[in-house]
Design a protein around this ligand. Structure first.
Ligand code: 13P
Ligand code: SF4
Length: 369
């Protein structure tokens, strides 16, 4: 790439200063006008962890599975402005046609968990695991992973997984092969495998930095190999948080996301995807008390929406997911204005070969989910 193009690309990533000084009302009006102007040509999916200032403009909001499903179904939008994180926009690009363009309002909106596994580490791990176990492993990847890893999984007959279908997918995978490699979230993998009756001694951890398998049991007994990755938001919920709630609020129910550690999930009353948490709170009795272990934008929204219930965060010192929070009203407006001015920016485009294999993994999940 020429120096001029590098400079152009870098300056594309930097939002012009004037957006930072704009009044919120003015920005909201502009977004509304652009949405009206583009009509069905524009589609804005938003993940439940997005800020209120952004989610108010989402055409649909959902958990990772719902957002993948709506992206696959939408055939009419030319521009898909994804309010979520990078891997979600990549998934949307893979699942939509080549006539549709996917954008991420701020390219810095990544996911620290997805960054914990890259394709080189994955290929290296696979070679070593094949030499240890032979052709007995099926790879499964949480959607919170790069397109390259989804492609690797697709090529090796595996599938993607979300927090709302992990049980179905792990059961399916263990019917295909004797064992699974679960990337990149060890906690979702462990919690799911445990729930379907796999003993902790039948699980091992793959450390991608040391390139080694950590196992306490016998090698031949291993059914689930967990990639040593985690969500930096959900790791902040602790056993101590649970003890504190049980002591201070004995009638309070605790519900957490399965990205939390095993100890936290096992001491909670319930766990599930963001959609599951939302539905549980919606259907709970008026006056009921809840401590929620998930991202703060969602917890705060649930507090606002259910004034008749007593809702708090499981960890009183939690912050929102930093990368989800990169998408703000300024970046959304900037992205939309660039589209209508005819010079769209921050397009997410997965190359054809990678997308061709990744869609195999995604479709295996979408068929079963
Ligand atoms: P879900 O919305 O699918 O539960 O995913 C949570 C999450 O951490 C997304 O990054
Ligand atoms: Fe990634 Fe965790 Fe943020 Fe979800 S909440 S985007 S898994 S860092």
């Amino acid at each position: 790439m020429s120096l001029l193009n590098v400079i152009k690309e870098k300056s594309n990533m930097m939002m012009p200063e004037h957006y930072k000084k704009m009044d919120r009302r003015e920005m909201e009006e502009r977004v509304k006008e652009i949405k009206e102007l583009l009509g069905k040509k524009l589609f804005i999916p938003g993940h439940h962890y997005q800020k209120d200032e952004v989610i108010q403009f989402a055409d649909t909001s959902g958990d990772s599975l719902q957002l993948a499903q709506v992206s696959a179904l939408n055939k009419e939008a030319k521009y898909i402005v994804f309010c979520g994180v990078h891997f979600m926009a990549e998934t949307a690009d893979i699942l939509t046609s080549s006539k549709q363009q996917v954008f991420l309002p701020d390219m810095r909106a990544g996911c620290s968990m997805a960054d914990m596994a890259n394709i080189h580490q994955t290929e290296r791990a696979w070679d070593k695991l094949q030499s240890l176990f032979g052709d007995t492993i099926l790879p499964l990847t949480y959607v919170n992973s790069t397109a390259a890893i989804k492609a690797f999984v697709g090529k090796n007959n595996g599938a993607t997984v979300t927090s709302s279908n992990a049980h179905t997918m792990v059961k399916w995978a263990l019917k295909q092969k004797q064992r699974i490699l679960f990337l990149p979230d060890q906690h979702l993998g462990r919690n799911t495998a445990f729930d379907i009756g796999i003993h902790l001694s039948e699980m091992a951890v793959w450390d991608p930095n040391k390139n080694e398998l950590i196992s306490e049991g016998k090698l031949e007994d291993i059914k689930v190999i967990l990639w040593k990755g985690h969500c930096s938001v959900h790791e902040n919920f602790t056993v101590q948080n649970i003890k504190d709630i049980r002591e201070k609020h004995p009638n309070m129910k605790i519900i957490v996301h399965p990205e939390c550690r095993r100890e936290v999930v096992s001491l909670s009353d319930d766990n599930g995807s963001t959609k599951y948490i939302i539905d549980t709170i919606k259907n709970a009795k008026s006056g009921s008390e809840w401590a929620i272990g998930t991202e703060m934008n969602l917890v705060n929204r649930l507090i606002q929406q259910h004034r008749d219930k007593h809702i708090i965060s499981l960890n009183p010192h939690m912050c929102p997911c930093l990368t989800m929070n990169r998408i703000d009203l300024q970046h959304l407006l900037w992205n939309l204005e660039c589209i209508i001015e005819g010079h769209p920016i921050n397009r997410i485009q997965v190359d054809g070969e990678t997308a061709g294999y990744a869609i195999l993994a995604l479709n295996r999940m979408l068929k079963l989910a």
